[in-house]
Design a protein around this ligand. Structure first.
Ligand SMILES: [Zn+2]
Ligand SMILES: [Zn+2]
Length: 292
C-alpha cells in the first residue's frame, strides 16, 4: 500500500522539468515543479514544498486544499519571511481567508494577531498573469467542470522576440530603430505545462488549448470500463474519455507528455498500470505517463 502514502513522493523527469509529489483521489494531491518554482494544490504539505514560492490551488476540496494554511504557517516557522504567492479561484478567496482565521481562532490566537496571505484570486478568464518571483513566467487560468468551482492552470515562458519584419535586419539598423522609438519587439508566451486538478472528461475537448502544452497533467480517477457512468456522476474523468479525446483531436495533440494522476484508491498499483495500458490506444501510449 506504499502508493497510498501521501508523503511518499513520486517523481518524474520530463525533458528539463521534475514533476514531484503525490496524487490519489480522496487522499491528497500536490504536485511540485521545482524548476518553475510552482506547486499545484496542497492536499499535503511535505517539507519539500516549503521552498516553493508560487502555489496554485485548483479547487476547495480537502484532498487538494487541506494543507494550504500549513504551508503558510510552516514557511514562517522555518524562518522564510518572504510570503509565498497563493493563486486560487476568485470565488473561493474570501472563504479561504475565513478558513485560515477560523483555524487560528481554534488554536487560541487572538483575532488581532491573525494574518492571512495576500491571495491572488483568478477569474479563469484566460488572461495572462505575472508570477511575482519569476519574471520569465506567466500563468493562464481557465475554468474546468467539476462538482465545485475549479480552475486549470497553464504556465508559460515569457519572452521578448523581434517582430518578424525586423528579423532579417542587421544589428545596427535595429539599434537605430530602437533609438528612434520604434517598438521592434513583441511579447511571446510559450506554454510549458498545463495542470488540471479534478474535472469531467468533457473539459478535455472544451478546453482544447491544453493540448498545446508540452506537458499536460490530468486526472484519471476511474479506470475500469464498468465505471464510465460513475465518472460522469462524480464529475471526474474516466481514462476512456482521455483516450476518446486524444483520438478525436489526433494531430492537434502537440504535447509530448500526458501525465495521469488522481487514481481512485481502490485500485492496486498493478491494476492502475494494467488498466491504463489497456485503455490508451497504442498511438498515444508512449506519451502517457502514470504518476504513481
Ligand atoms: Zn480530488
Ligand atoms: Zn475535487
Amino acid at each position: 500500500m506504499h502508493h497510498l502514502n501521501a508523503l511518499h513522493q513520486v517523481s518524474l523527469s520530463l525533458d528539463h522539468l521534475t514533476i514531484a509529489g503525490f496524487s490519489i483521489s480522496g487522499l491528497a494531491t500536490y504536485i511540485q515543479v521545482p524548476e518553475l518554482d510552482v506547486c499545484f494544490d496542497l492536499g499535503e504539505c511535505p517539507l519539500s514544498s516549503l521552498s516553493i514560492n508560487h502555489v496554485f490551488l485548483t479547487h476547495a476540496h480537502g484532498d487538494h486544499a487541506r494543507c494550504l494554511p500549513r504551508h503558510w504557517q510552516l514557511r514562517r516557522m522555518v524562518g522564510n519571511e518572504r510570503p509565498a504567492a497563493y493563486f486560487l479561484p476568485e470565488v473561493i478567496r474570501t472563504g479561504c481567508a475565513g478558513w485560515i482565521r477560523a483555524e487560528a481562532a481554534f488554536e487560541g490566537v487572538p483575532e488581532e494577531g491573525v494574518e492571512t496571505p495576500a491571495f491572488h484570486g483568478l477569474a479563469g478568464d484566460a488572461s495572462l498573469v505575472a508570477l511575482p518571483y519569476r519574471k520569465d513566467l506567466r500563468v493562464r487560468a481557465f475554468p474546468v467542470h467539476h462538482s465545485v468551482p475549479s480552475l486549470g492552470y497553464t504556465i508559460l515562458a515569457h519572452k521578448k522576440k523581434l517582430k518578424p519584419e525586423y528579423r532579417e535586419l542587421p544589428g545596427a539598423e535595429i539599434a537605430r530603430l530602437r533609438k528612434s522609438g520604434t517598438e521592434v519587439q513583441v511579447d511571446v508566451d510559450d506554454p510549458l505545462l498545463t495542470f488540471i486538478g479534478d474535472c469531467t472528461g468533457a473539459t478535455l475537448l472544451e478546453q482544447d488549448h491544453i493540448w498545446a502544452s508540452p506537458i499536460v497533467i490530468l486526472e484519471a480517477t476511474f479506470l475500469d470500463e464498468t465505471e464510465q457512468a460513475l465518472a460522469v456522476a462524480k464529475a471526474h474523468t474516466h481514462v476512456l474519455e482521455i483516450a476518446a479525446a486524444l483520438d478525436a483531436l489526433g494531430d492537434r495533440v502537440a504535447c509530448r507528455h500526458i501525465v495521469l494522476k488522481h487514481f481512485s484508491m481502490k485500485y492496486t498499483r498493478e491494476q492502475v498500470f494494467e488498466l491504463v495500458a489497456r485503455h490508451i490506444p497504442e498511438r498515444w501510449r508512449e506519451r502517457v505517463k502514470v504518476f504513481l
